[in-house]
Design a protein around this ligand. Structure first.
Ligand SMILES: Cc1ncc(COP(=O)(O)O)c(C=O)c1O
Length: 395
């Protein structure tokens, strides 16, 4: 079989200086070492002055970096991004009809929550297969919407906000964990934005971050959901927002090591030009991949619409004839063989496609990644594809 013209047959000599390309937790910021944690407020109460000051400082940095409107709230909550999303869903949904937009595994799990856990009566689920977005034209302004801004497992993101009408009455709840700090987002048009530090910032998980608009706060103070809400998810008490959550008085005990690490990441983010700098780094990373992908014979973006290609969780399918001609179970094995080979060579860790996504590759291109590492990686992927193909035909 004729190898693709694009495939380099010889083993590349240059390795990525850092082979961490996981889509979460992502690689630490350039220059990170455990020493950055030395000033962590450990071994004492997080509610004492120094602990609270650290928590508040991290909130101030995030607010500034994300350019939050002054009347938006931001707080640190338990259980990483999942905690933040579920807390919002449990506390806010049920007051109106709800539309769930689904195009990746995480959006799907929020829709399952809405249907099977919250058992919402008036629920519509608009889902699209991997690689596509559902039709946003079906949304209605008087209904709440839950969506994943960047589908990490699909490599498909929302690019446009023209579907958000100014008089919209329903809330928009956006899981933005792999979008925040890496791509432009109309946060001032969204009511709930969630993320965790373990994506674009290369921070630690364990804690989520919840951003609330005034409209979301109004809902919290005027509506009590019919279901029980565990203490860990409670944002309001007796129809009053628990305001302390948004000034560093966390619901339960946070890890001050994680907070210190987040502060380090946020200060690094400031040092590279703030939000614009982070987006520019992500765009530069994506450009490396995109130039390589132009005319590539053996790989394609899973995202079918170019404007929806995620620049963070860059998701590729293998389109080489020898691959697509294989039965599905063989394709899954070949894709695994490829990522195992790249790991064995020490050039790429954790770039398998998400477990229920079509077999292929998922490469993190967020701001903590260096463009030259991605450039080096592309040669290894071409070599890897060629090697896997040769091995398969030799059998
Ligand atoms: C879109 C999306 N939502 C939620 C999650 C879950 O995040 P966490 O493990 O931080 O709770 C992930 C993790 O990859 C994700 O990509």
């Amino acid at each position: 079989m004729k190898p693709s013209a694009r495939i380099s047959l010889s083993r590349p000599t240059r390795r990525p200086a850092n082979c961490h390309f996981s889509s979460g937790p992502t690689r630490k910021r350039p220059g990170w070492s455990p020493d950055v944690l030395s000033d962590a407020c450990l071994g004492r109460s997080h509610r004492a002055k120094p602990g609270k000051a650290k928590l508040q400082y991290s909130l101030d940095l995030m607010r500034q970096l994300l350019r939050l409107p002054d009347d938006y709230l931001i707080g640190i909550v338990p259980a990483s991004d999942t905690g933040a999303v579920e807390m919002a869903m449990w506390s806010l949904l049920g007051a109106r009809g709800v539309d769930m937009l689904v195009w990746d595994a995480f959006g799907k799990s929020w829709a399952t929550d809405a249907a099977k856990q919250l058992k919402l009566d008036d629920l519509r689920i608009f889902d699209a297969p991997y690689g596509q977005l559902p039709d946003f034209g079906q949304l209605e302004d008087d209904r709440d919407v839950v969506l994943t801004w960047n589908g990490t497992s699909a490599g498909v993101r929302v690019r446009h906000d023209h579907w958000i009408n100014s008089g919209r009455e329903g809330l928009i709840i956006a899981d933005a964990t792999s979008a925040a700090f890496a791509m432009p987002m109309p946060i001032d048009k969204l009511d709930v934005v969630t993320f965790s530090w373990q994506k674009s910032l290369g921070g630690e998980a364990a804690h989520g971050v919840l951003v609330l608009s005034p409209k979301a706060v109004q809902r919290l103070e005027s509506y009590t959901p019919p279901w029980p809400i565990p203490k860990i998810f409670q944002l309001a008490k007796d129809n009053k927002l628990i305001a302390g959550i948004f000034t560093g008085a966390t619901i339960n005990t946070p890890s001050m090591l994680c907070v210190e690490d987040a502060i380090d990441a946020l200060e690094w983010a400031q040092s590279v030009g703030g939000l614009d700098g982070l987006i520019a780094r992500t765009d530069a990373n994506f450009t490396v991949i995109d130039n390589w992908m132009k005319g590539h014979n053996d790989l394609a973006y899973l995202a079918q619409d170019r404007s929806a290609i995620s620049p963070t969780s860059i998701t590729l399918t293998i389109t080489a004839d020898w691959f697509t001609a294989s039965p599905p179970e063989e394709q899954a094995k070949l894709a695994k063989d490829l990522t195992a080979l790249l790991e064995e060579e020490g050039v790429a860790l954790d770039i398998d496609a998400y477990r229920d996504a079509p077999p292929g590759l998922r490469i993190w291109g967020g701001p903590t990644v260096e463009a030259e590492d991605l450039a080096a990686l592309t040669n290894w992927i071409d070599w890897g594809l060629h090697t896997i193909h040769m091995r398969a035909t030799a059998q």
